[in-house]
Design a protein around this ligand. Structure first.
Ligand code: ADP
Length: 408
């Protein structure tokens, strides 16, 4: 294949955060990774740009730059465009097939990826209030790329879209109907790109059609959610109107009595923003034991630390409660998937999640669970009725895949 033909088949996936830009360049049709980069610390004192180069998915070079001078998102996006031409001779930014943006909250309006036009941008603007911590910077990434590369098609892929198949009894809350009608207060669910990626991988690994599978998918990273997947489609998930609901997370509370924030707000005279900040950044494992690092917590627990023991007990107890609930709501389950930083790397957490569940058809193979796993792996005992899988997630690849489908 000559350089021109190759350069016509590239998709740039961009995830613009409030102080970071993560990007991945994929070559189509094989969906191999060419470049992955991360700019962090935008607008902060410590900035960094880390670039990983690949050849057919194999890492070939890492370039780390701690002395970057850019401060704004515009400078960041310009740096990304510069990387594309600087590090890969066959890549010219103007010959990208598409730039595809991760957008956290698509509300009820967006159930599939879309090509960006003026009307879509207007709709996205109206969704910013649904995810004030994520959507505004996601939108900024889109508008900057439109301005800087106006001839390249821009695509938006939504983290909520996978959960738009939830039935009404799973997505509606038992609150005044007017709140739903006027303000769309309902369960949306997040980590949809991750759950949809790993369940397709599970289907491939098990040699089964996706539509035939009932799966419980556990995305256990710093943010964490669990998803009940019925016949290949999301039927319930632990995150709700925002990513705050559900499991105990690194620094998010997960499920709490909704009257607690109101009570505490009155007692301490806090603002809405302070309450929101506390529940998102000062809660979860950080609140219970001072760190969100599960590896550290396991070591501290081993050394007799009471807070670490309690934090891990609450963390595991909540996960098991949801597994139990989804075993019942799904009725029959083919597989449980562990993914994301903790799910992929901590055999101890996987083991605690599955402990004493043999009577429900869930039986880990101790040795298989303890292997170092870098690819999709089956870790259940041969006589476990329900398969237990570890599947490394790849949200960027899912975005590239969805974009390829949209463009074709
Ligand atoms: P996010 O994308 O939500 O930031 P990740 O999926 O990258 O999160 O997961 C990050 C989490 O994974 C961190 O809390 C980290 O402590 C945890 N983690 C990574 N490796 C291990 C490990 N070997 N054991 C336990 N936890 C781990």
């Amino acid at each position: 294949m000559d350089d021109d033909a190759k350069s016509e088949q590239l998709i740039l996936v961009v995830n613009t955060g409030s102080s970071s830009i993560k990007y991945s360049l994929f070559h189509l049709p094989d969906e191999s990774l060419v470049i992955h980069g991360e700019i962090s610390g935008l607008g902060l004192s410590q900035k960094k740009h880390c670039i990983h180069l690949y050849d057919s998915d194999r890492p070939t070079m890492v370039v780390e730059d701690d002395n970057v001078e850019f401060d704004t998102h515009e400078q960041g996006i310009r740096a990304v465009i510069d990387v594309l031409s600087r590090f890969n001779q066959s890549v010219r930014p103007l010959s990208l097939s598409a730039i595809s943006h991760r957008f956290v909250h698509g509300g009820e309006a967006f159930i599939t990826p879309v090509l960006v036009d003026k009307y879509v941008v207007q709709q996205l603007e109206q969704l910013t209030h649904l995810a004030p911590l994520h959507n505004p910077s996601n939108l900024l990434g889109i508008t900057l790329c439109q301005t800087l590369l106006p001839d390249i098609p821009q695509v938006v892929v939504f983290d909520t879209a996978f959960h738009q198949t939830l039935p009404d009894y799973a997505y509606r809350y038992a609150i005044p109907e007017q709140w739903y009608l006027d303000h769309k207060i309902r369960r949306y669910g997040f980590h949809g790109l991750s759950h949809s990626y790993v369940v397709q991988q599970a289907a491939d690994l098990m040699g089964r059609p996706l539509e035939s599978l009932n799966v419980i998918s556990l995305h256990l990273g710093n943010g964490a959610s669990i998803c009940a997947i019925k016949q290949g489609k999301s039927s319930d998930t632990s995150m709700g109107f925002t990513p705050l609901e559900g499991l105990v997370m690194g620094s998010r509370s997960g499920d709490i009595d909704p009257s607690i924030p109101l009570y505490i707000q009155q007692k301490y005279g806090l603002t809405n923003e302070q309450i929101e900040h506390s529940l998102n950044y000062d809660s979860g494992l950080v609140a219970l034991a001072g760190t969100n690092d599960v590896q550290v917590l396991l070591e501290q627990e081993q050394a007799g630390d009471h807070n670490a023991r309690l934090a891990l007990a609450i963390y595991i107890y909540r996960i098991r409660k949801y597994i139990g609930a989804y075993l019942i709501t799904l009725g029959q389950v083919d597989a449980i998937i562990f993914t994301a930083g903790i799910g992929e790397n901590s055999s101890e957490i996987r083991s605690r999640c599955c402990q004493d569940l043999e009577q429900f058809g869930i039986k880990l193979a101790t040795e298989r669970n303890q292997q170092i796993l870098s690819q999709a792996t089956i870790i259940n005992d041969t006589d476990s009725a329900i398969k237990i899988l570890v599947i490394p997630t790849n949200e960027e690849l899912q975005i590239a895949h969805d974009t390829k489908r949209l463009l074709s």
